[in-house]
Design a binder for this molecule. Structure first.
Ligand SMILES: *[C@@H]1O[C@H](CO)[C@@H](O)[C@H](O)[C@H]1NC(C)=O
Length: 808
């Protein structure tokens, strides 16, 4: 009897352990397998208003296009497919989105007088990532004619192997009911895709064409296209429309033309092919579904299921949002709720999957060593030799800074993107980090801007396409990985203290799997660290510099006279002219951050030799930051260079660069220098503005000059680092606690107010904000790192203390 009860007890334990993490998710590999299924499908073509594809190079991809067809001129000018800036759209994007279940996007298309809603749901099952459905709704805007005519297209393309066959052909004029295609490919197994007839009226007109061009039927044009051209959905459609228009041309009376919708109609020609264009013509509001049923899923979804799933997804999103981002005063009023949801959903809904070759210059030319005075002219000549070649294919699963303008992966943005996503779906973040480290080469280099495939390249001017393996970029992923490590070590001691959320928290619910993940990643982090220290090293001994450590000094490679693109802070003023003896304080701080993170991770993993070495490096970096970069006179950190007398000299431009050792947590709470840095942050005649911390001091000679990119505007990532660091100082004992508290409260409020107001006014988040007016500037729909605002709203409300007030 005793043995039986023992057996029962053990069995119960096993059950509870697996239940916490979702079905049978125990080992890292097992969890990864389940994540692969759960994250297989998504709106992973964020460059399109709505584009669904799987996370595999040769899958299926589908995209929505539409446009008004009331008048001829509008047919082309307001045609929508890829996200573009400056179109007459008052905001678009995901109001709610979860990478596991789906979400809802709305598009306020003023130019076409219609509001489009795309609801997307995923239903698990089978071996090929489950099924999904999209509901496309068009609602005629207030004030627009009720008989507004809209043409809607759905593009479906089977990449690589496999086939896709229409099941119904209708008659010559089109198809009356649903359209169904059946497919089969290695990546997807067997599947079907249905475009329903949906609801809505269709235009009608009695004229000579009314017998051959009716508005009530759905058209299907199937074609076979070379694989490398499949991405050009819009071009393909235009070609097909043009051909179809030709057949009418001779019969059209130019003085009295038929309505545009009758002319712009595809030939209805369903056939086997790898690209299929579905066309619908609506009059007034409309709705239809696109349903993808995976053959191995064991279910067949219909429109009723879609209705149910959309409701469910919306409810669970709202519940989880409340739990994960509990907005704190003064942002806990209802009006910030929709704003916060939209900012977060656009970030996570902007995650994309990219694959293809990229251009890399692997010449390792001598000039790229940047050893000589005048090195920036030598490197310009070396680049002009155009030694770049297409390399790959690579693949990358990543979020993007901005869907219309930067729909691709950027290394230094990505760390910031992952902060809010990590709170929501830690396992998604681990997948993304994995994907980035899979693009690292044997030396430890990661291309900083990943322009994969022809479609991605079509968006980037040629001179910015080439990646160079001596160019670095701020290693922001370390920030996120260290955060995960901290949560993991807590989970190992006391279990995951956050509520379990299925696969979203699987690696924390199973700390051993989490540790396995980190163990696998660690050598890659170490390789990247070693690459950084080797390739971006600065000179100390060659110029007889006085510093405690003769090793720790750093210089960004790849600068020109005006720009240091690799630093991420492009036109921020640096030493002039450039000099091979230059040292960059922001880079030294980034290396310090890597050292500290790696040391903590190595400690957790028990790599004691690494810990000892990294500890020594960190102490040397902290010491050299003061020895080589601190200016007592200016009261801040500065870059350094070599002057005309061959002497070490500081180059001080007060602004973001001056703050980096503080921002990245390399200063002690009682360091008197910290007081000076806080003074600089809080000084309105230098950096503090009602809209956040300025990138450059108002008193700097370069303030608002040139491109004025990082020379005055307020940027969210740096402000986010500042606000979190201020909170950290405010909540730890030390002489600057009160001052930090004041600055924290004010800055937190200024940042949220600014982004919120601009969002209400324009319908968009922006790349940067004007420090005087608070207006959003430059790139529109910048829901990459600007979305950090949702984390700032969820940060602690620390009301100003009455004594601290005077210190500001
Ligand atoms: C998950 O998917 C990736 C990319 O497709 C693949 O490399 C990996 O082996 C998969 N992992 C598991 C455990 O199936």
């Amino acid at each position: 009897m005793a043995r039986l009860s023992q057996w029962v007890a053990t069995a119960a334990l096993v059950v509870s352990a697996t239940a916490a993490a979702g079905p049978e998710a125990t080992s890292h590999i097992e969890i990864q397998k389940q994540n692969n299924q759960s994250l297989y499908w998504g709106p992973y073509k964020p460059n399109l208003y709505f584009g669904v594809r799987p996370r595999t190079p040769q899958g299926l991809w589908t995209g929505l296009m539409w446009g008004n067809v009331d008048n001829y001129p509008e047919v082309q000018s307001n045609f929508r497919y890829t996200c573009e800036q400056g179109e007459n759209i008052h905001g678009y994007g995901w109001d709610e989105y979860d990478a596991r279940d789906g979400g809802i996007q709305s598009i306020h298309d003023d130019g076409n007088h219609i509001d489009i809603t795309t609801s997307f749901v995923k239903i698990a099952g089978g071996e090929h990532g489950g099924s999904w459905a999209a509901r496309i709704k068009g609602q005629v805007q207030d004030g627009a004619p009720a008989d507004l005519k809209t043409m809607v297209y759905y593009y479906i393309a089977q990449e690589g192997d496999g086939k896709l066959v229409p099941q119904s052909t209708g008659d010559k004029l089109g198809i009356d009911g649903d359209i169904e295609l059946k497919g089969d490919s290695k990546a997807l197994g067997t599947y079907s895709i249905t475009v329903t007839k949906g609801k809505g009226d269709h235009p009608e007109v009695q004229n000579q064409f009314s017998k051959i061009r009716t508005g009530d039927k759905t058209l299907l044009r199937s074609v076979q296209v070379a694989d490398e051209n499949l991405w050009q959905g819009k071009g393909l459609l235009y070609n097909q429309l043009q051909e179809a228009v030709k057949t009418l041309q001779d019969d059209i009376d130019i003085e009295d033309p038929p309505p545009a919708w009758q002319v712009y109609r595809l030939e209805h020609r369903p056939a086997v092919g790898n690209a299929h264009l579905v066309q619908k013509t609506f009059q007034g509001s409309f709705e239809f579904d696109v349903i993808f049923n995976s053959g191995s899923a064991g279910h067949t979804l219909g429109s009723d299921d879609v209705t149910k799933e959309i409701k469910k997804v919306s409810q669970s999103f709202s519940d989880r949002f409340k739990q994960v981002f509990e907005l704190k005063a003064p942002f806990n009023g209802g009006k910030y709720d929709a704003f916060g949801k939209s900012m977060f959903s656009n970030l996570i809904g902007g995650v994309g999957y990219f694959s293809g070759a990229q251009l890399i210059d692997r010449s390792y030319a001598d000039e790229y060593e940047e050893l000589n005075e005048g090195f920036w002219e030598e490197t310009a000549r070396a680049r002009a030799r155009k030694a770049q070649q297409l390399e790959g294919p690579y693949e990358l699963f990543t979020s993007v800074p901005s869907r219309p303008f930067f729909p691709r992966g950027f290394l230094w943005d990505e760390g910031f993107h992952l902060f809010p996503i990590a709170d929501w779906d830690g396992d998604l973040v681990l997948e993304i980090i994995n994907s980035w480290y899979n693009t690292m080469d044997e030396d430890g280099w990661i291309p900083r801007e990943q322009i994969l495939g022809a479609e991605a390249r079509s968006k980037v001017p040629e001179e910015f396409q080439v990646q160079y393996p001596h160019y670095a970029n701020p290693p922001t992923l370390f920030l996120v990985i260290e955060d995960f490590m901290k949560q993991l070590s807590n989970a190992k001691v006391s279990g995951n203290t956050k509520p379990s959320a299925g696969l979203r928290t699987a690696h924390l619910d199973n700390p051993e799997a989490g540790e396995e993940y980190i163990r696998k990643l660690y050598p890659l982090l170490r390789r990247q660290y070693d690459w950084f220290r080797k390739t971006q090293r600065g000179e100390i001994k060659a110029y007889d510099r006085e510093a405690s450590s003769s090793k720790e000094a750093y210089r960004w490679r790849g600068r020109t006279e005006e720009l240091v693109l690799t630093s991420g802070l492009d036109d921020y003023p640096r030493a002039r002219p450039p000099h091979p003896g230059e040292l960059h304080v922001d880079l030294m701080a980034w290396v310090g951050l890597m050292t500290k993170s790696l040391m903590n991770i190595a400690g957790e993993l028990g790599h004691t030799e690494d810990v000892a070495e990294l500890k020594k490096n960190l102490a040397a970096i902290q010491q050299n930051l003061d020895d080589l970069h601190w200016s007592e006179k200016e009261g801040c950190y500065c870059d350094a260079t070599i002057d005309e007398f061959e002497e070490h000299t500081l180059v001080c431009h007060k602004g973001y660069v001056s703050l980096f050792p503080f921002l990245l947590g390399l200063m002690n709470y009682d360091d008197p220098k910290m007081g000076k840095i806080l003074d600089l942050i809080g000084d309105e005649s230098h950096l503090f503005s009602p809209h956040g911390i300025r990138s450059l001091s108002k008193q700097d000679p370069y303030y608002e000059t040139g491109e004025n990119y990082w020379r005055s505007p307020v940027w969210m990532p740096i402000n986010y680092l500042a606000v979190t660091k201020l909170h950290d100082v405010a909540t730890h004992d030390g002489p600057f606690q009160n001052k930090a508290r004041e600055l924290y409260s004010q800055l937190r409020k200024n940042l949220v107010d600014t982004v919120y107001k601009s969002w209400v006014d324009t319908g968009f988040a922006w790349e940067q904000y004007n420090p005087e007016t608070g207006a959003g500037q430059r790139t529109q729909h910048f829901t990459g790192w600007t979305s950090l605002v949702v984390k700032i709203m969820a940060m602690e409300d620390l009301p100003s203390s009455s004594t601290g007030k005077d210190e500001l």
